[in-house]
Design a protein around this ligand. Structure first.
Ligand code: NOJ
Ligand code: CA
Length: 720
């Protein structure tokens, strides 16, 4: 009999495992929804190691989700996730491959399990909501190898009503010290060929257009050779996270990670046959994935689960899985709207460098922007191209030492513009384009941030355009993850908040480091100015709101009024209506929100009134409606006031909808100003026509509204 079992192939064992895992999950559901179910059964007395199959289940606080941890007869750990009676993630395993030492992930036995309930409410220093409830049931499982090595790992699962986070912990131990991880194999086993909104698992950039396809039709390699990108590397058929899916039963799932610390970013390899995602970490030049030593933990692997697409946006799972605020004093940063000497360079109206003869960052031009910002309730001004190096920063192999982060060009009087800004209540925002030479940046970091501190500049936009030097390191690998972290920590030291472009993805670290204010990490507005493939289509942001935005704040740079980009860019345009651009101030969340267009495009424009008034820091946010890739409607209450702002955007389809104002305080009267698409507006044929009307509204009001193709509506709602 034993011989017979030994002769069975790995595949045959897999079938046996699946059979018994299904049996186990059915039995679990019979167990009548107890808060914590401990369930151990012995299923096969004649397996090779004669091990029992063990499983432990736990419910989310309201009982809507159920997580089952199990150890199969090989001592392999895995999990299964159910929503009500349906399995949303089937049997998925977790294991690790190392360099020079044997893998961990089989021959394990349970040493201890601990179940705990956690419930706290914490305050965001800035954010979509002031108060955040962090309520989860935790299952901790300590495991030990039964073999000679006896190595230890722990699995920690946190089950929320809005999803699951789990991570592997490697305690300090004699038989496991320094390790080189060659692969983390965490599986997310889908139960169908779900509709998926995805970008490729690029190790260097997230600036791709989203695709919508069945899971089995994901083809990341089709994204190779994007001529718009200064860097891209897509080694596998994998996707980046957050990746969002919709099941046939209309359940929404989104996969991501939280608290990415001293580890590589995770892409998800697509197994189109098994309908399964498997973690694929971004690699280092030597082919390894992570170099570390015990004790260490992986980032949280996260799965958001929702009945409504909008609930994905309201979910706080990602920030909740991060550590509390580390900063004692953060009063030096205030959320703000900002303008920039920026779009004019992307339009080629001016240049970053001086040699081209049309330098944008001059003292005089900066003062012009300061004046306009100051008169229009805009608190910040970004100035790009202020420092030496721009003549030769791109298209050169060796970019070390090119940029200097303290030396202005001769026509830019840094101290004078800072002084002028302060006089007019406009804070300068520093710009550091590193040209993906992080070692040069780190050498100057302390000096550069000291200079900012001495001038009272509290925010910097960083940039990492190009292939990372040293060659072979990737933007999303451990080496760069650690670089981005050092920049944040240096920022804490010198009271500097960071808005990173070409960043590592947001994983909720803003909770721990609120100076991580915003980042790019998507195909931003700039692509509309110069992309060779026609810019971002109208459906771009109705997808982004349910994918990239689940990770955290986005520096998208909305507010382009000159939609056709005349006379600067004949072959490019913004592919939305003007009302859609206004709605983005509410739809897209960021504590720094740019009014991106040129001063002359805002002057004498009645629609600019919305940007002047709109809030940038929120007491609460409500996603009223939405469908991924189609439309989204969000209302946000400004912090410290009773004002509300509402934004709705649609894809290339026109839409009619009823907006209910039931989110308003009862018994209060408000004045609403509606910035709507004109009757015949259209993102391409007639993008600029906008109708501005006023209405009295209260909690009982419902208003029918129409969005044009590629259109939107923005509404300011001010108490009377
Ligand atoms: C790319 C950034 O996304 C853009 O905003 C910036 O202007 C350029 N790099 C130059 O740093
Ligand atoms: Ca960029």
């Amino acid at each position: 009999m034993i011989f017979l079992f030994k002769a069975l192939s790995r595949i045959e064992w897999l079938f046996i495992r699946i059979f018994f895992s299904n049996l186990t999950s059915n039995l679990v559901s019979i167990m009548n929804r107890l808060p914590i179910i401990v369930f151990l059964i012995s299923v096969l007395s004649c397996q090779p190691e004669n091990k029992p199959y063990q499983s432990i289940s736990t419910l989310s606080p309201s009982g809507n989700l159920e997580l089952t941890f199990f150890l199969n007869s090989f001592g392999e750990p895995g999990y299964l996730l159910k929503k009500g009676n349906s399995v949303v993630l089937d049997t998925g395993y977790i294991s690790f491959d190392f360099k020079d030492i044997s893998p961990i992930g089989s021959g394990l036995s349970i040493v201890e399990t601990i179940e705990e309930t956690f419930d706290e409410t914490w305050e965001m220093p800035w954010g979509e909501d002031r108060e955040v409830r962090n309520h989860n049931n935790e299952l901790f499982v300590a495991l030990k190898e039964t073999g000679e090595l006896g190595r230890l790992i722990n699995l920690r699962f946190k089950l929320y009503d809005d999803g699951l986070g789990f991570r592997t912990e490697f305690p300090e131990q004699g038989n496991l010290g320094e390790v080189v991880i060659m692969d983390e194999n965490t599986q997310f086993n889908l139960t169908g060929d779900h509709k998926t909104w995805w970008i490729p698992g690029d190790w260097d950039i997230y600036e791709h257009l989203y695709s919508t396809s069945k899971f089995s039709e994901i083809d990341a390699k089709g994204y190779e050779n994007d001529e718009n990108l200064a860097q891209t590397y897509i080694p596998e058929n994998a996707v980046n996270t957050p990746v969002t899916l919709k099941t046939e039963d209309r359940i929404y799932l989104s996969f991501h990670e939280a608290n990415l610390t001293d580890y590589s970013g995770m892409t998800l390899k697509v197994n189109t046959e098994k309908l399964m995602f498997e973690s694929e970490l971004v690699g280092a030049p030597d082919g390894s994935k992570v170099k570390t030593k015990t004790p260490f933990v992986t980032p949280w692997r996260t799965v958001q689960v929702a009945d409504r697409a909008g609930d994905l946006i309201e979910s706080k799972l990602i920030v909740n899985l991060n550590e509390p605020n580390k900063l004692d004093d953060f009063s030096w940063f205030k959320p703000m709207k900002y303008m920039g000497i920026w779009w004019e360079m992307h339009l080629d109206k001016s240049s970053w460098d001086v040699a081209a003869g049309k330098h944008g960052a001059t003292t005089e031009n900066t003062k012009k922007y300061v004046d306009f910002a100051s008169e229009n309730n805009i608190g910040g001004l970004l100035v790009e191209g202020w420092n030496t190096g721009w003549e030769s920063w791109i298209d050169v192999e060796d970019r070390e030492g090119i940029f200097d982060f303290v030396t202005p060009y001769p026509d830019y009087d840094l101290e004078e513009v800072v002084r002028y800004g302060k006089e007019k209540d406009v804070d300068l925002i520093m710009h550091h384009e590193t040209s993906a030479a992080p070692r040069t940046y780190e050498q100057q970091l302390d000096t550069a941030y000291r200079l900012m501190e001495s001038l009272g500049i509290h925010a910097v936009k960083t940039g990492y355009v190009g292939q990372i030097i040293p060659k072979g390191e990737r933007h999303h690998g451990q080496w760069m993850v650690n670089h981005y972290r050092r920049v944040l920590e240096k920022g804490v030291e010198h009271k500097v908040a960071i808005n990173a472009h070409e960043p590592i993805k947001a994983t909720g670290l803003r909770r721990t480091y609120p100076n991580a204010i915003s980042r790019e990490g998507l195909r931003g507005q700039e692509f509309n100015a110069w992309a060779k493939d026609g810019g971002n289509p109208p459906e771009h942001l109705p997808i982004v709101a349910f994918t990239r935005m689940l990770a955290g704040p986005i520096d998208f740079t909305p507010g382009i009024f000159n939609i056709k980009l005349d006379p600067y860019k004949e072959n490019n345009q913004v592919n939305t209506t003007l009302a859609h651009q206004l709605a983005l101030y509410v739809v897209i969340y960021s504590p720094v929100q740019m009014a991106a267009d040129l001063v002359e495009h805002y002057e004498n424009q009645p629609a600019f009134e919305f940007i002047r008034n709109v809030g940038v820091d929120w007491e609460q946010s409500k996603v009223l409606d939405g469908e991924i890739g189609d439309f989204v409607v969000i209302a946000r209450q400004e912090r410290g006031t009773d004002k509300w702002f509402l934004g709705a955007i649609t894809d290339e389809e026109a839409r009619e909808m009823e907006i209910s104002f039931s989110f308003l305080e009862s018994g209060k009267e408000y004045n609403a100003v509606l910035y709507a698409d004109e009757e015949n507006a259209h993102w391409d044929e007639n993008p600029q026509e906008i109708r501005i009307t006023e209405k009295a509204v209260n909690q009982k009001t419902t208003l029918p509204v129409k969005l044009a193709p590629g259109g939107g509506i923005a509404i300011s709602i001010i108490p009377r």
